[in-house]
Design a protein around this ligand. Structure first.
Ligand code: GLC
Length: 745
């Protein structure tokens, strides 16, 4: 009884001695650390282990849902055996769970509620690969901010996002969840999402979780969960920087990945979880496993059994166990056997308690459980308008023959054809949280809303996405023959990209291309609207469609976004964050490749190339057209030599020589010509998205310094090396102006 009073007193003490203020006013970690230590001192070993245990809870959403917590979970919460739930959703339901924790458990430690809020909670935004195509970190930050507003209003404290895995193999279905193939772009997007989610940690913000640490996108063959094996230099220079950017942006949690790197599973890697993350980067937050990634070390052949897996993970610094139940089952035993020190567990517990204090959950465990906020802050017009804007900015114009776009408003009959034309589920993409198809505006709906009674829309599905049946062709052909122009909506289903959705082909699935070929016979112009979560080898469309608009999976407002872009209300400004191969046989193909000893040369047999393919991809990294045209000239450097404390100013003139106002992503790449190790032929180092009225010209200035030239050299030190560099500036990674400079000692 005495101890109970002490606990309550200590809890009350902290609640009423000036800590009533919300977390963002907390003066410093010092105060939080003191509060953490005071709670830790009261905890039994079992209670400590309970904080490291995260379980999933599937439940419908919304205040109307009758919440019923199974006895098993009720008891575990009361016994302090669960520290966090994922997938428990809704102000009312999380309130029910939290109430058990803070009123019926011995120490009243609040629960942490996590969810995959990847590109929207209820209002769905474009999938992250699409958001990356905006090349606007500020827009991506805004998107994350609104995702946090919606989810935090429904009881969520924590999202398992941003996913920052560099992906160079489009067969890998999770390429959709990241920001593509480039480290610099991916790092900026990573930091932007962390800022957007976490903000100032008010109760309109959520804790972010940078994932999947690390190297997950390097899966051999693009086959999800497959072996990853690349050099430490590749790890450090290509795959780790977006994680470091998240840590530098203050991300509070990291998720360990399923994969191994060079024989060591990330969830059991001291090198990743302690040496780099803690010792080098000074990361203070906590690490959560991926779903049973601790247990999967048995399959990897890295752990003997679940107990051994838990012993390995906790000892290398993996703090919270998502769904393997290794920690809750075996840690007590492992401490008794001297295989795990209680002090190690203490460190993990402290990291987790720190987050709960920072979120203000000890001060007010129900501060995220307001049904009034839940009703007020979700699926508002404000958020939908932001989602619409992000969608339009995410679109990439891949082709526009004879300026057929913007679509003339003179067309009286518009055929809207294809399996994705009236789809409401697919624009959601995967990891759509509580986004539902009923809320989605399909392309067909958007076009109808846009044209009203000024044009007639004739719709036919034509075919399914994957089904081989051509029965629908006839109806489509009839509609097309009775129309002036064709808008053909083709691509992938949303369930072809995302987790465990790797494809061995990059072609349009099913008979969609056959449908397009039939429609072409009509002699009508084809405007292809592409919906997909990965690069596709759309060679036939590229050769035969008059225009191609890449829309990715654009979320709730897809139809309005497509209509407004096709008719020119918004001039598309997106650029590809990932290379589009001509065929899967070209994979891996990415812009920042090495030169090799025999760089590909069409005219020279004995060079690095394929007999049956050109050297170039279908569309290069950074590619994207506009309804207008931008001319680049006058690439000039402030110096031809710089030393380590210099800055190099790089100027280029960009003129809008077309007939529409528009935005352009001016891209700056460098090439380190000679190094102690071989260096990529190009590396993106800066970009600026500028707006130019038609006829307007601007001088765009970039500043780089020696720091931008650093890499992991032969001695494994991160540094620059004196020598010659080339500078490339242009509208994508291929069409560039060139200049050069020297870095001197
Ligand atoms: C999944 C994913 C991870 C996600 C987690 C929780 O398996 O790999 O990205 O955050 O489980 O849903």
């Amino acid at each position: 009884m005495k101890k109970y009073l002490l606990i309550t007193l200590s809890f009350l003490l902290f609640s009423f001695t000036g800590f009533q203020s919300s977390p963002q006013q907390k003066s410093s970690d010092k105060i939080i650390n003191a509060r953490v230590d005071s709670v830790l001192a009261l905890m039994t070993l079992d209670e400590k282990i309970g904080q490291l245990n995260q379980l999933s809870y599937g439940i419908g959403w919304g205040p109307t849902v009758k919440v019923s917590v199974p006895d098993e979970y009720k008891q575990m919460i009361k016994d302090g055996k669960i520290g966090s739930f994922l997938n428990a959703i809704g102000a009312e339901f999380t309130y029910e769970l939290q109430k058990i924790a803070v009123q019926e458990s011995r120490l009243k430690i609040p629960l942490l509620f996590g969810l995959d809020v990847i590109h929207g909670f209820k209002t769905t935004f474009p999938v992250p690969l699409g958001e990356a195509a905006t090349w606007q970190p500020e827009i991506v930050e805004l998107s994350a901010h609104y995702q946090a507003l919606e989810s935090s209003s429904a009881g969520i404290h924590w999202t398992f996002s941003p996913m920052v895995d560099i992906a160079r193999d489009p067969r890998w279905g999770r390429i959709m969840e990241g920001s593509g193939e480039d480290t610099y772009l991916g790092s900026l997007m990573s930091a932007a999402r962390v800022r957007g989610y976490q903000g100032n940690l008010s109760n309109e913000n959520i804790i972010a979780c940078v994932k999947h640490y690390a190297g997950y996108g390097g899966a051999e063959g693009g086959r999800d969960y497959n072996t990853v094996d690349f050099s430490d230099r590749t790890l450090r220079d290509i795959y780790l920087p977006p994680f470091k950017a998240a840590v530098d942006a203050g991300v509070e949690t990291v998720m360990a990945s399923f994969n191994e790197i060079g024989g060591i599973p990330s969830s059991g890697s001291k090198y990743l979880l302690t040496d780099i993350l803690r010792d080098e980067w000074k990361f203070k937050g906590f690490v959560v496993s991926d779903w049973n990634s601790i247990g999967e070390m048995i399959n990897h052949g890295f752990a003997l059994d679940l107990k051994n897996a838990g012993e390995i993970s906790i000892n290398v610094g993996l703090d919270m166990d998502m769904e393997s139940r290794s920690y809750i089952t075996y840690l007590n035993e492992l401490v008794d056997e001297g295989k795990v020190k209680e002090s190690v567990i203490d460190e993990s517990v402290k990291r987790i308690l720190r987050i709960k204090f920072m979120l203000g959950l000890f001060d007010d465990p129900f501060r995220y459980c307001s049904k009034e906020r839940e009703q007020k802050n979700i699926m508002t017009n404000e958020i939908k308008n932001v989602s619409l804007d992000v969608a339009k900015r995410s679109f990439v114009l891949l082709k526009n023959e004879d300026k057929i776009l913007p679509l003339s408003k003179e067309y009286k009959k518009i055929a809207v054809i294809g399996p994705l034309a009236d789809s409401k589920i697919n624009p959601l993409g995967e990891w759509n949280a509580l986004g539902i198809e009923e809320d989605v505006i399909s392309v067909l709906e958007g076009l109808k809303r846009y044209v009203g009674d000024k044009s007639e829309i004739l719709y036919a599905e034509g075919c399914k996405i994957t089904d081989p049946s051509k029965d629908g062709f006839k109806d489509a052909i009839e509609k097309v023959n009775n129309s002036d122009v064709i808008i053909l909506c083709v691509g992938e289903s949303r369930s072809m990209t995302g987790e465990a959705y790797s494809r061995s082909s990059l072609d349009l699935p099913g008979v969609q291309e056959d449908l397009a070929k039939e429609l072409l016979k009509s002699g009508k112009s084809i405007i292809a609207v592409l919906m997909n979560g990965r690069p596709l080898s759309i060679n036939w469309l590229n050769d035969n469609a008059d225009a191609i608009l890449e829309t990715w999976f654009a979320g709730t407002m897809t139809g309005d976004a497509v209509a407004q872009v096709l008719f020119g209300d918004y001039n598309p400004s997106g650029k590809l964050p990932v290379t589009f191969p001509r065929t899967v046989g070209q994979v891996p193909i990415y812009y920042n490749h090495k030169n090799t000893g025999r760089p590909g040369d069409e005219k020279n047999r004995y060079t690095s190339k394929y007999l049956d393919l050109p050297l170039t991809p279908l569309y290069p990294f950074g590619y994207g057209l506009s309804y207008t045209k931008f001319n680049y000239s006058g690439l000039s450097l402030s110096k031809d030599k710089i030393s380590s404390n210099d800055q190099l100013k790089i100027n280029v003139n960009v003129k809008n020589i077309g007939s529409y106002d528009g935005e352009e992503v001016v891209q700056l790449y460098i090439q380190d010509l000679v190094g102690s190790v071989t260096r990529p032929v190009k590396e993106l180092k800066r970009f600026q998205k500028i707006f130019l009225k038609k006829g307007e010209e601007k001088t765009v200035e970039f500043t780089i310094s020696e720091e931008d030239l650093r890499f992991t050299a032969a001695d494994m030190n991160f540094k620059s090396e004196p020598g010659l560099f080339k500078v490339y500036v242009g509208t994508n990674s291929v069409d560039v102006l060139e200049n050069k400079f020297e870095l001197v000692e």
